[in-house]
Design a protein. Structure first.
Length: 221
């Protein structure tokens, strides 16, 4: 197996096994979808009006749960030093870590998003678009979240610092994705929101690994 293939296998295995893998994020997501009707009432019209927005907010918050350990485990046991010295560029290693994070958290949450939104009252016709937007949003959350995880390396309360860093950066995907779904449901032009969401995800993929690698080198120096 090549070095890159071994790295992909390692990071995917770690991401799926880190803190329960996707189960914790899916459990949190299901909890939000369950408790929201209890908080605002069971009226279908009221729930349907906020279903897609609530699903997006829950998606963003659930994506935060496993970010803290994205680099922290390797930092604590010295594996990050070995990855820095590896022939594989650290930027590529960071990209693979984010892909593993997306496979373990973003993709399962994207599969659950249409179910949660429909359970809250969204139209079943929205399901394909909800899934597509959640996939793109999950990519953005993984790569932007990786920046926060790398910047908080070595901090005493890394999870809190990561949340403080990345939550403002999670706002644009929520706005773009939620806006596209709301416009589609209302019969308005919606492709612009999806395009902006895709552009944000692409920018996160392009620049995120560079920022993560720089933050990791700074933490190890």
């Amino acid at each position: 197996m090549s070095r890159l293939g071994a790295l992909v296998a390692r990071e995917t295995t770690l991401a799926w096994g880190r803190g329960g893998g996707p189960l914790v994020a899916l459990g949190f997501y299901a909890g939000v979808a369950t408790f929201l009707p209890l908080a605002i009432g069971p009226q279908h019209d009221r729930l349907a009006a906020i279903a897609t927005g609530a699903a997006w907010v829950a998606l963003a918050l659930a994506s935060l749960l496993s970010l803290e350990r994205m680099f922290e485990r390797d930092y604590e046991d010295g594996a990050l030093d070995l990855l820095l010295l590896s022939p594989v560029p650290l930027e590529l290693t960071c990209l693979v870590k984010c892909v593993g994070q997306w496979l373990a958290t973003g993709a399962p949450l994207a599969l659950a998003s249409p179910v949660a939104a429909i359970a809250l009252g969204a139209s079943p016709a929205l399901a394909p678009l909800i899934f597509a937007c959640a996939l793109l949003g999950g990519v953005a959350f993984a790569f932007v979240g990786g920046i926060g995880a790398a910047l908080s390396l070595g901090a005493r309360r890394g999870g809190l610092l990561t949340a403080v860093i990345v939550l403002p950066l999670f706002v644009p995907p929520v706005i773009f994705g939620g806006g596209a779904l709301a416009n589609f449901a209302g019969g308005l032009p919606w492709t612009g929101g999806v395009a902006f969401l895709g552009a944000y995800a692409a920018a996160a993929v392009a620049f995120g690994p560079l920022a993560m690698a720089a933050a990791c080198r700074n933490a190890l120096s």
